[in-house]
Design a protein around this ligand. Structure first.
Ligand SMILES: [Zn+2]
Length: 172
């Protein structure tokens, strides 16, 4: 698996956040979340498409990296999702929806929804280490949340890394 260190830009740059998630989800190349096809996937370009939309030549469907994840069909920018996951996992006590609401800059209702969704996802035993399609088992990348040298003492998030990691591929 290609190492891809977390860069703080992930949290402020939507494009970086997307690329970051793509690197985690598709370390060996994109796979269509609709049919599993791994060949002939095209990036849709031009003004009609936002960056990060792909089309599968096999099933003709479009997808982005969030399809099949808890981040799918959310109006919340991906970078805010990633930051929230990070915050929920990096602190021992976790964060309340109210804290998330203030820190992330989303409404309380949205924060509550995000926290709920992330926590539910983390509880789900369905989340094994399978990522990247084709039933391939990929080891959790320790650079997932902190990058190098950023591990905080006693940060529980690192113990839960694999679950967090698995968030990426819901029912994938
Ligand atoms: Zn397909």
């Amino acid at each position: 698996m290609k190492k891809f260190s977390l860069d703080n830009l992930v949290f402020i740059d939507e494009e970086k956040a997307r690329q970051y998630l793509e690197n985690i989800r598709w370390p060996d190349g994109k796979a269509c979340p609709h049919c599993g096809n791994c060949d002939k996937i095209y990036a849709l370009k031009g003004k009609a498409h936002r960056p990060g939309v792909y089309k599968c030549a096999e099933c003709k469907k479009q997808f982005s990296v969030t399809v099949g994840t808890i981040f799918e069909r959310s109006h919340v920018p991906l970078r805010k999702w990633l930051l929230t996951v990070h915050l929920l996992c990096a602190s021992k006590k976790g964060h309340s929806a109210h804290q998330i609401h203030r820190m992330i800059g989303v409404t309380y209702k949205t924060a509550w929804f995000m926290c709920h969704r992330i926590r539910e996802a983390m509880k789900d035993p369905v989340f094994t280490r399978q990522l990247g399609g084709g039933g391939k088992v990929v080891e959790a990348d320790e650079t997932f949340w902190g990058g190098k040298g950023k591990k905080r003492k006693g940060a529980r998030g690192w113990d839960h890394k694999e679950e967090v990691f698995a968030l990426v591929e819901r029912d994938g």
